[in-house]
Design a protein around this ligand. Structure first.
Ligand SMILES: *Cc1c(COP(=O)(O)O)cnc(C)c1O
Length: 360
């Protein structure tokens, strides 16, 4: 068996321990004589899995009692519609557009009400986070929306925007559980889990209870109402059962590693190895304004498309895979999520040094 160093932006690397445990339990989950995949979601054994997953997530993120945790389907993209359908009481929302995912959310919201783009970094290919300390927040805005970590461009909000008292909604798909978070600053925190938490097919929504109401936009499908899922403990219909089980294992792994503060330190140390190298390299350059750099997604270029392609090809052959940048930006991107060991980044940097010497 040969495992590669997988720098994919998502679906992405998972802790090896978690994969091994899942393999061990594949045919017989704790004496039930069946796989979790084959189990009724109404069974005692499964109820224990989802309850424990929620409890561990609550503990890790220190989620207050007045927030619900929902395990849903449809990916992060379905939330682009679900959020306005459930939250747009005045049919007005303010969007900060810092990348493709924020832009898609902003465009989707326009289907349901007045979505205002109150800030953007599109003028410089989303390579920075705009100053959000004093934005023209709409007086009747139902919420202010951000994508906290921009997976494609490699930027991250280091300070949350000043929403002037309005509810903050954040897509944290690519920075979920990468560092401690103050849940009370948000109305909704959500993320597709396939970047940092588990297998594709699950989206986790952490939502303050007062935002969960019957009062959704007319025509909102039952399946897209937060209330129906909240009232039914994420089991209105069959949940993405196996995916939630793996997320639960990842929560346990993070707890064992020391929780979110330990994750943050580990992620900072890891990202530093790569950024320090990029900052002194004569060949490779980071593409993001330094103070806005993400700990999770690190885009870089040589400035020469042919050389970029050569690098990606040789890196792949050497066991460093999925380093090709997003199709809209080109170059390279190393996604170094929680489960990427520091050795993976150290070895990548060694490889980059060698490539730099050979191609000087
Ligand atoms: C990947 C990603 C999405 C889209 O996720 P899907 O689950 O494919 O819908 C949305 N937002 C961010 C920040 C992402 O990284």
């Amino acid at each position: 068996m040969a495992r590669v160093y997988n720098f994919s932006a998502g679906p992405a690397v998972l802790p090896e321990e978690v994969l091994k445990e899942a393999a061990d339990e594949m045919l017989d989950y704790k004496g039930t004589g069946m796989s979790v995949m084959e189990m009724s979601h109404r069974s005692k054994a499964y109820q224990a899995i989802i309850d424990e997953a929620e409890a561990d997530l609550r503990e890790l993120m220190n989620i207050p009692e007045n927030y619900k945790v929902l395990f849903l389907q449809g990916g992060a993209s379905q939330q682009f519609a679900m959020i306005p359908m459930n939250l747009m009481k005045n049919k007005v929302a303010d969007y900060i557009v810092t990348g493709q995912w924020a832009k898609k959310a902003y465009q989707e919201a326009q289907l349901y009400g007045k979505a205002n783009k109150i800030a953007s970094s599109e003028d410089k290919t989303f390579s920075y986070i705009p100053d959000c300390s004093d934005l023209p927040i709409s007086e009747d805005a139902d919420y202010v929306y951000i994508c906290e970590n921009n997976t494609i461009y490699g930027t991250k909000f280091k300070t949350l925007p000043n929403t002037k008292g309005k509810t903050l909604v954040a897509d944290v798909s690519s920075c979920f559980l990468s560092e401690p978070v103050d849940v009370t600053k948000y109305g909704v925190i959500y993320g597709g889990v396939q970047k940092n938490v588990g297998p594709a097919g699950v989206v986790i929504v952490i939502i303050r209870e007062d935002l969960i109401t019957e009062d959704t936009l007319p025509g909102t499908p039952t399946m897209l109402k937060y209330k129906i899922h909240a009232d039914n403990g994420s089991m209105y219909n069959t949940p993405p059962a196996y995916g939630i089980y793996i997320c639960g294992k990842v929560f346990k792994w993070i707890k064992k590693m020391g929780g979110l503060q330990a994750m943050k330190e580990r992620n900072e140390a890891k990202a530093k190895v790569l950024y320090d190298f990029l900052d002194q390299s004569k060949l490779f350059k980071g593409t993001v304004r330094k103070e806005d750099r993400s700990l999770m997604n690190v885009p870089f270029v040589t400035g020469n498309e042919e050389l970029d392609a050569k690098f990606v090809k040789e890196a792949t052959a050497a066991g460093f895979v999925n380093l090709k940048g997003h199709r809209t930006v080109g170059g390279m991107r190393a996604s170094i999520y929680n489960a990427m060991p520091i050795e993976g980044v150290q070895k990548l940097v060694e490889f980059m040094k060698k490539f730099e010497e050979e191609n000087a």
